[in-house]
Design a protein around this ligand. Structure first.
Ligand code: ZN
Length: 123
């Protein structure tokens, strides 16, 4: 999260930006980064920066697998335990149980920054 904020600030410092309206992140379900956790980290790290007033939008990327044994290509099976917030993805082919490659779900990046438009300069 810290790296992403830093990258966003670096990018913004190259432009003449006064404030940012919205910051959209894509976070894969396999990263184990919870939305609450990210919002909290963002609040702390954006303090006193031009991101301080930005709204944080988090898009989750679900886990997608491709089987190395059969042709399966689709979402991972998720085990949910009652009473717990955590869900555990099964990283094996739901069809044949074979080994898989994870094709989606590991994202941890900035998708977009919405910058507040500068107001017209009055002469
Ligand atoms: Zn398979």
């Amino acid at each position: 999260m810290g790296d992403m904020i830093k990258a966003a600030l670096d990018e913004l410092s190259e432009h003449d930006v006064d404030s940012v309206e919205e910051l959209t992140l894509v976070i894969g379900d396999l990263t184990n980064l919870g939305t609450d956790q990210l919002s909290f980290a963002f609040e702390i790290m954006s303090r006193d920066t031009i991101l301080a007033d930005a709204k944080l939008v988090i898009e989750r990327e679900t886990i997608r697998l491709r089987c190395r044994e059969c042709d399966f290509d689709g979402p991972a099976e998720i085990l949910r335990s009652e009473g717990y917030d955590h869900s555990v993805p099964v990283l094996a082919c739901p069809v044949c149980g074979g080994p898989v490659n994870v094709t989606e779900g590991m994202a941890c990046m900035i998708r977009s920054l919405k910058i507040k438009e500068a107001t017209d300069v009055q002469i």
